[in-house]
Design a protein around this ligand. Structure first.
Ligand SMILES: C[S@@+](CC[C@H](N)C(=O)[O-])C[C@H]1O[C@@H](n2cnc3c(N)ncnc32)[C@H](O)[C@@H]1O
Length: 270
């Protein structure tokens, strides 16, 4: 018999099949996940113990980048692959800095969208759309997106810890180019991306297990490959650096970097 699902679970999901969004939520210490997600997360961490560290480094980068941009005057955010809401969401950070900010979340995962929709029910400045961001033209033309965001003005496009799910290099490059072409000059692209710089054997085994469990492949990219995706966009200081080293808290000790931790950058469209 199908177990009774909690009310945040969209009724279309299979709780026995782990989802990348819910596994990531568990790695970040969230509670919007099922046994199947927690069991696979435990096996992934057994193979590569630094996995949870990498998830936290990615989330920390996202939060610092949004805060930086909101205080720099960016008041529109399109978050592609936004994930399951957790502490320190994009709209919370952006609205704290600028009460006029607007945020659109895009995710393909039914639970991420259901939980976001519930969180944003009373919020007229943030919304969520269930969509596959690889159909970028469809996303940018979606009525909820065009109602909330003004493409003639600068905005921030967030691609944080998501592009590894676009395993085809040509598709990732096309997505990036298409996005860059559609946004107004002065817009920012916020990118972080998984890398595998250390011993590849356990990392590849971990990715293979994740793919087998979730049905979604993972493609880590080298620093050079990530730099190539950024093309001729101008990088904000300090450039393309390990996620944890992108404008870290100046009052805290310099964060550690692990072999799986990827790179991050904020780029400006000239
Ligand atoms: C690792 S989580 C990152 C979440 C968030 N960006 C963050 O940094 O905390 C990746 C998210 O991207 C979503 N995702 C992956 N591929 C996607 C696609 N093609 N379209 C929309 N969402 C996607 C997943 O469902 C998941 O919620």
């Amino acid at each position: 018999m199908q177990p009774l699902l909690p009310d945040w679970a969209a009724d279309v999901i299979d709780p026995q099949r782990p989802s990348p969004a819910r596994v990531y939520d568990h790695l970040l210490g969230g509670f919007t996940n099922f046994d199947a997600d927690r069991r696979i997360a435990a096996r992934l961490v057994e193979i590569v113990p630094e996995l949870a560290h990498t998830a936290r480094a990615g989330r920390g980068f996202l939060q610092r980048a949004v805060e930086y941009l909101a205080y720099a005057g960016i008041d529109q955010f399109l978050d592609l692959g936004s994930g399951i809401p957790t502490a320190g969401n994009v709209h919370e950070i952006a609205l704290r800095a600028n009460p006029a900010a607007r945020v659109v979340y895009i995710d393909v995962d039914a639970v991420a969208v259901a939980v976001s929709r519930r969180l944003l029910a009373e919020n007229s400045q943030a919304t969520v759309v269930q969509a596959d961001f690889t159909d970028i033209d469809g996303v940018l033309a979606h009525p909820q997106v065009t109602a909330m965001l003004d493409f003639t003005r600068p905005m921030a496009i967030l691609l944080v810890s998501v592009l590894h799910s676009v395993t085809d290099d040509a598709a990732a490059a096309t997505l990036f180019k298409r996005l860059s072409a559609m946004i107004a000059p002065g817009s920012r692209v916020v990118l972080s991306h998984l890398t595998a710089e250390g011993d590849r054997e356990p990392v590849d085994r971990m990715f293979a297990l994740a793919e087998q469990a979730t049905g979604r492949g993972i493609r880590p990219r080298s620093r050079a490959e990530i730099a190539e995706l950024l093309g001729d966009l101008t990088l904000v200081d300090p450039g393309l650096v390990h996620m944890a080293r992108w404008r870290p808290d100046p009052d805290a000790p310099l964060p550690e970097v692990r072999a799986l931790d990827g790179y991050a950058a904020v780029a400006v469209k000239p």
